[in-house]
Every structure is written in structure tokens, then in C-alpha cells.
Ligand binder design. Structure first.
Ligand code: AMP
Length: 360
């Protein structure tokens, strides 16, 4: 893969905060970013050199976008497969490979794929009817979680089933196609963020520990309280996925760490991830810079974490506290420029560095 020189334009599908932080990292390395989004006034477009606002199935707009950029990446995994295919057909490289995007869009395909690579997950079953659900509850047991197969995020599109009697109500809410997953009484949640460069080199960030509330990530801590064997297992899983796809870019896998030490994969994201925001201040290379380095064919950067840290998401109205946070010297404040602080919406985050902890 030939390295792109600074001055080239990187295309990003999606206009959210991940695209915004990718664009800022790209700018630091001398690249221009062209955002493609169907959203007007998006957080990413406002920090990018150019933006196309068009539907993801607008063939003419996609073709023009492909001609205007040297490489394309995505900041969210629900980019329609046809969009990535149209771009590839127009002759532009999409990194990572669109196959990884396609698998991550469907929770059933995703878990089937991970299991086939030897990566364990919670028990699961595809649900296409109420009868499937009844049979799956008999096999998997309750409590369990019924989730939409596609387009669920931040806890949306999922319902907990405490006992078999809850199944019909849950089915009415979620519908089909769905996936039933056994409920995991995990000890903690962790994620690994890793990158593979165009030369095949892989770099791993240290595993981090995540807390969710109502399905939304609220807090990430680094380092995670895990044994070295758990870290090694998470790295092994990331390596297997990266190598399977001949992947170029950053990949995230979220896991449940069970009380018996088992590590069960919950989800993979073929992109930078909310649980990696701490890398901006607390790692030698941020996940955003790492992704840009990978997709432009540059060597990956060093991933060591330079100090312990905690990242807290600012959700909905919490971002209204910006003046206090801006005045707090221990808080590195990031605001995404979203106009409307809807409930459950990620508006920004704060990273608190534990300076000095490492020597303590
Ligand atoms: P998801 O959107 O599937 O990543 O789910 C969001 C969050 O809901 C996870 O990070 C967990 O905190 C919780 N969750 C999802 N699936 C399960 C499960 N099978 N068992 C226990 N908790 C889960």
C-alpha cells in the first residue's frame, strides 16, 4: 500500500463526533477531510475542509465524493453495504474492508463470525418468530435479552426478559429479525482497541474498563482491573479479527469479563470507539490518529498509555455543566458542538488524568 502524502484528502462516511475527532486528528497530520453525511450541520462537517450532504444511496453524490478523495473510511458501522460497494466501484479504497462493516451491522452475523474464529460470546439464537423465541428461552434460559439484529445502539432496540412469561411482550416490542442473548452477570465490561496498518503491523491499546447505564457508556477507566491473561486473550481476539479481514484501521471489541475469568465478546466495532477517547490525552498516539495513520498507509504510532485516566461521557443535559468543567484543571473537556441536548445523546466527554499515579 503506497503511503498518502500530507495534503491528500480523506473521505469519512458519517458526520458524528467520531468523524469530528478523526477529522481533527487528520488535520494535525496535514490531511484534509471530506465528510459525507445525510445530516445538515453535523459535528464532523463543521471541522472538516469539505462536506457533502446527501443520502447514502445518492449514486451521483457518491461518485463525485469518490473522485474528490484518496481513501474512504467510516465513522459509524451502519453505512449501507451498497454505499461502500458504490464507492469501491467508483475506484476508491474503502478502509477497513466493507466486509467488516457488513458483519458488524448484524448482531447475529457478528456473533456467529466471532464464534467461528474461536472467540466466545454469550449464548445466542436468531429469532424470526414468537415460536423461535419460546424455543430459544427454553435452550438459553432466563434472564435473557432480546435485541434487534440491526441498527441498535446505545442500548436502543433491546429488552430484558426476566422470565419466560415476559417473552410475548418483548417480542411485540422488538419484532423480527431479532437475536436472543443469554444475560451475562459479568464482573466487569472491558474493551480492546487495536489497529492494523497497511503493512500488516498490529498495535494494541491497553484494555480499558467500561461502565454502562441504560445501555449507554458512561465511564471508561484505564488501566482495566484485569489479569495479564485476560489482556492477552483480548489481544488474541482482536488479532484474529484483524488478520481475517486483512483489516486496515482501528477495530474495537467489547467484552464481558465473567466471574470465572471467561471473556465473552459482546460486540465488535470496525472503527474508533467511545471507550477509546481516553487515548487522546493518555496514550502516546490517540485512537483517531492511529486510524488515520493506518488508512493513509503510514506506520502505526506507539500505543503506550502515559498515565492512568478516566473518561466520563457528557450525556444530554450534562454538557450544560461546561463552565464548571472548563474551570476544573483536572478535567480535559471535549464538546461535540451538537445543537440539541436530547436525552441520551452524547454531547461531549471529559477525561481526567491521574498524573503521578504511575510512580506512586
Ligand atoms: P449493546 O448495545 O449490545 O452493546 O448493549 C449495551 C450494554 O447493555 C452492554 O454494554 C451491557 O452493559 C448491556 N448488555 C448487553 N447485552 C448483554 C448481555 N447479553 N448480558 C448482560 N448485559 C448486556
Amino acid at each position: 500500500m503506497t503511503a498518502l502524502a500530507p495534503g491528500a484528502t480523506i473521505g469519512i462516511l458519517g458526520g458524528g463526533q467520531l468523524g469530528r475527532m478523526l477529522a481533527m486528528a487528520a488535520a494535525r497530520l496535514g490531511f484534509d477531510v471530506h465528510i459525507y453525511t445525510d445530516e445538515t450541520d453535523s459535528p464532523a462537517a463543521r471541522v472538516a475542509a469539505r462536506a457533502t450532504i446527501a443520502a447514502y444511496n445518492d449514486a451521483a453524490a457518491l461518485c463525485a465524493f469518490a473522485r474528490a478523495v484518496s481513501v474512504v473510511t467510516a465513522e459509524f458501522e451502519n453505512v449501507p453495504a451498497a454505499t461502500a460497494a458504490a464507492l469501491a466501484e467508483a475506484g476508491v479504497d474503502v478502509r477497513p474492508d466493507a466486509r467488516a462493516l457488513a458483519i458488524a451491522q448484524d448482531r447475529f452475523e457478528e456473533k456467529t463470525f466471532l464464534n467461528a474464529l474461536g472467540i466466545a460470546s454469550p449464548p445466542f439464537a436468531a429469532i424470526d418468530s414468537e415460536a423461535d423465541l419460546a424455543a430459544a428461552i427454553t435452550r438459553i434460559g432466563a434472564p435473557a435479552i432480546l435485541k434487534t439484529r440491526r441498527l441498535g445502539y446505545d442500548g436502543r432496540g433491546q429488552v430484558r426478559i426476566a422470565a419466560a412469561a415476559d417473552a410475548p411482550g418483548a417480542y411485540t416490542r422488538i419484532g423480527a429479525p431479532a437475536i436472543l442473548e443469554g444475560f451475562c452477570a459479568f464482573e466487569r465490561e472491558i474493551s480492546i482497541i487495536a489497529a492494523r496498518g497497511g503493512d500488516g503491523a498490529i498495535a494494541y491499546f491497553e484494555v480499558c474498563e467500561n461502565e454502562h447505564s441504560g445501555g449507554i457508556l458512561t465511564r471508561t477507566r484505564i488501566p482495566a482491573r484485569v489479569a495479564p491473561s485476560v489482556e492477552a486473550q483480548a489481544r488474541g481476539a482482536a488479532q484474529a479479527v484483524l488478520e481475517h479481514f486483512d483489516y486496515v484501521g482501528v477495530l474495537t471489541i467489547e467484552f464481558f469479563l465473567m466471574p470465572d475469568g471467561a471473556l465473552l465478546a459482546n460486540e465488535m466495532a470496525p472503527r474508533v470507539h467511545n471507550s477509546g477517547h481516553w487515548t487522546i490525552e493518555a496514550a502516546l498516539t490517540s485512537q483517531f490518529e492511529q486510524h488515520i495513520r493506518a488508512i493513509v498507509g503510514w506506520p502505526l504510532g506507539p500505543t503506550e498509555h502515559v498515565c492512568d485516566a478516566e473518561m466520563i461521557n457528557l450525556i444530554g443535559e450534562e454538557a450544560g455543566d461546561w463552565a464548571r468543567l472548563a474551570a476544573d484543571p483536572s478535567a480535559r473537556l471535549h464538546l461535540y458542538g451538537k445543537r440539541d441536548a436530547r436525552t441520551g445523546r452524547k454531547m461531549g466527554h471529559v477525561t481526567r488524568l491521574r498524573l503521578g499515579d504511575r510512580d506512586a
